[in-house]
Design a protein around this ligand. Sequence first.
Ligand code: ADP
Ligand code: MG
Length: 321
Amino acid sequence: MNKPLIDIRNLSKHFDRGRHKIRAVDDVSLSIEAGEIVGLVGESGSGKSTLGRTLLGLDRKTAGEIFYKGSKLPTVYRAKDFHRYARSMQMIFQDPYSSLNPRMTAGEIIGEALRLHSDLNKSDIAKRIEEWLVKVGLNIDHLGRYPHEFSGGQRQRIGIARALILEPDFVVCDEPISALDVSVQAQIVDLLGELKRSLGLTLLFIAHDLSMVRYVSDRMAVMYLGSLVEIGRSDHVFFDPKHPYTELLIGSNPEPDPNQERSRQKVQSIGEIPSQLDIPAGCRFANRCPHAMAVCHDVNPVLRIVSHEDDERLVACHLYE
Ligand code: ADP
Ligand code: MG
């Protein structure tokens, strides 16, 4: 097996809230191969953004290690670390409006990383900005316009150009389409797919809509209350989910597909999502799980391999032990 591009080992990110701890990311391990798109899915509040931010040093990790091309990333990022890794790792944000500086033109926004992190001269930077405008489907007329003059889809194209202009190896896309109209979502997904192929990008694609993630990602990791409960090839996870939480998520993302016999409403949500401040001792999903057994309330299940044909499926569930 190749050395993974990104190797996350037992990563935790906890926030202190008064006397309590929010275990936003709790003991997460995941390897991402070069050239792979991994979808990260889960309900809102499950810790997806925090995992993405911690990976890129935007949040300081509480415990665990992150390796990039085999070398350990720092716990605390100083300015020189951001500079050093800017060409390796970047992030595309969910909300293309609040993440773009309203006082900068599209050209300034797209070129900012080059000005900060490259030694290209002015005219080379200008040339590169123009190239990237076109690559993301905008044109030269857009250079001098401000964010409010663009549509949501166009703003996300600017966000994509800004993140990719340094041609990083690894990009975290944090729900890059969920703030966009449905009609525009597919265009942005197609654009990311094209750029992934032409640049050989590796992506962690965060989303709550599983049916979209299924199309874009090679593998899928399902997150619940700070921990990963299932990891596997996207189509396998989608059509044959093992973890009851994955089944629940797929059931709540019905996809109109007449060829699929599978009932999308099979699993009903029972119970509430526990508070992040009061995570249960056993399986975090036990209080909502239709299959919960006594052991589930006492012992937190760990990820283990449950099927191994052409797919290494990992599931954290007592049903598979
Ligand atoms: P997701 O992206 O899956 O919706 P988040 O990573 O945004 O989830 O949040 C996970 C949990 O961490 C939530 O309970 C959220 O309230 C908490 N959290 C996120 N960022 C902070 C922060 N800066 N301070 C305190 N709590 C936070
Ligand atoms: Mg989020």
